[in-house]
Unconditional design. Structure first.
Length: 405
């Protein structure tokens, strides 16, 4: 049967959004591979470089609700184009930075803010405003999988270029890749059109919607869980190469583990996106965070071989960014899609506050103690707490919601 016009439009939308996230996330999630080369080249120290990347995590979070609020006025295309240029300039200029301030400015602020303009909240929020309720969860999972595929592509590619031509050439290659998001942005359309939600106030303002959201205990629970997610992911993408090095293994092992995390999360994102249509999204989040705690505990007692890191990467990969579709889905389910880019962007701000501490404290831990042991313990505790905190979220079963609709 031939694909309908609506069907083609749906796939153009999700494929282009997924490809944009593939680039922006693939580049961001490869930055940990540059920590050691940057330290060797600049002599700034692991703590300083970790702090610059930690600032990047924070700025990435701050920029998303800001760009989300601008999206309604400026349109999706302008936001993504601005972000692509910022990212490319920040990455291209980083090799010329020899001071703490310069590194923070280019890698921690300009590059991170640019990535925020082509992030989950912008792309998933923009897509959700163009899609009916029943298609949003899978579309979110598919777009999210693009970010995971980017990690699978860019981590080994970056490491290969670093090994063959040096870290500066690798950084410039990533800068050029960011510009490829510009032609893709024009296929998303510009002005978003909100899909009506039954029972949602017709004329509620952004300020009123934010006030309503922050008076809702469920919204705070999502923020708390996402804080942990950010801590966990940022610590790993920034310091997994360092952990591999401490175990006496080559840098190719860390690149391979990051790539495996990315490819495994494609299955995780698509699977969670599909499951969210049939099961409570809050319970999916409980299972995801709980699985992370168990995986890290097993990793700590396992022998530190290359295969251990690859298996660890595969297990973690299934849950890696699989938190995004149910979190975005719950925000849309609770408050509608009119301001989804902003409200989901605010939850991602909490995610990146956690990311700031994950990247920064990891550098402090290894500099002070010579290992990441206490960071792994903190990861287990926080993941366990995140599993518990999602239980009180108010959410009707999908079958109940469908019957009510």
């Amino acid at each position: 049967m031939a694909m309908t016009k609506d069907g083609r439009a749906y796939w153009v939308l999700v494929l282009c959004a997924s490809a944009i996230l593939m680039i922006t996330m693939g580049v961001r999630q490869s930055m940990g591979l540059f920590v050691s080369p940057l330290n060797t080249s600049t002599g700034l120290g692991i703590v300083t470089i970790s702090f610059a990347l930690a600032v990047g995590q924070f700025v990435y979070g701050v920029s998303q609700p800001l760009f989300g609020a601008l999206l309604d006025r400026a349109g999706t295309v302008r936001i993504i184009v601005i972000g692509a240029v910022m990212m490319a300039l920040g990455l291209a200029a980083t090799p010329f930075m020899s001071s703490d301030f310069g590194l923070v400015l280019m890698l921690g602020i300009l590059t991170a803010a640019g990535a925020g303009a082509g992030s989950f909240s912008i792309l998933i929020g923009s897509a959700a405003q163009r899609l009916p309720l029943e298609k949003r969860a899978f579309a979110s999972g598919f777009i999210n999988a693009g970010g995971s595929f980017g990690q699978f592509v860019f981590a080994p590619l970056s490491q290969a270029i670093i090994a063959a031509f040096g870290w500066v050439a690798a950084m410039w290659t990533l800068a050029v890749a960011c510009l490829a998001t510009i032609p893709l942005a024009f296929r998303l359309g510009n002005k978003p059109k909100a899909v009506p939600v039954a029972g949602a106030p017709a004329e509620i303002t952004l300020k009123e919607q934010i006030r309503v959201a922050f008076q809702d205990r469920s919204y705070w629970c999502l923020h708390a869980g996402f804080f942990t997610c950010g801590f966990h992911i940022s610590f790993l993408v920034t310091h997994l190469p360092g952990e591999v090095g401490l175990c006496g293994l080559p840098a190719s092992v860390s690149a391979g583990a990051l790539a495996i995390i990315g490819i495994a999360n494609i299955a995780g994102s698509l699977g969670v996106g599909w499951l969210a249509q049939k099961h409570r999204m809050k319970m999916l989040l409980v299972l995801i965070y709980g699985a992370r705690a168990v995986a890290i505990a097993v990793f700590l007692v396992a022998p530190k071989t290359a295969m251990t890191f690859y298996v660890f990467g595969a297990v973690l990969g299934v849950t890696w960014l699989a938190t995004v579709p149910p979190t975005a889905g719950l925000v849309g389910k609770l408050f509608g899609t009119r301001y989804l880019a902003t409200l989901f962007g605010l939850t991602l701000f909490s995610h990146q506050i956690g990311g700031f501490f994950g990247a920064w404290l990891g550098g402090i831990a290894v500099d002070s103690t010579g290992s990441y042991q206490w960071m792994w313990y903190a990861d287990i505790v926080l993941a366990s707490m995140a599993a518990v905190v999602n239980l009180p979220i108010r959410e009707a079963h999908p079958r109940v919601a469908a019957a009510a609709a």
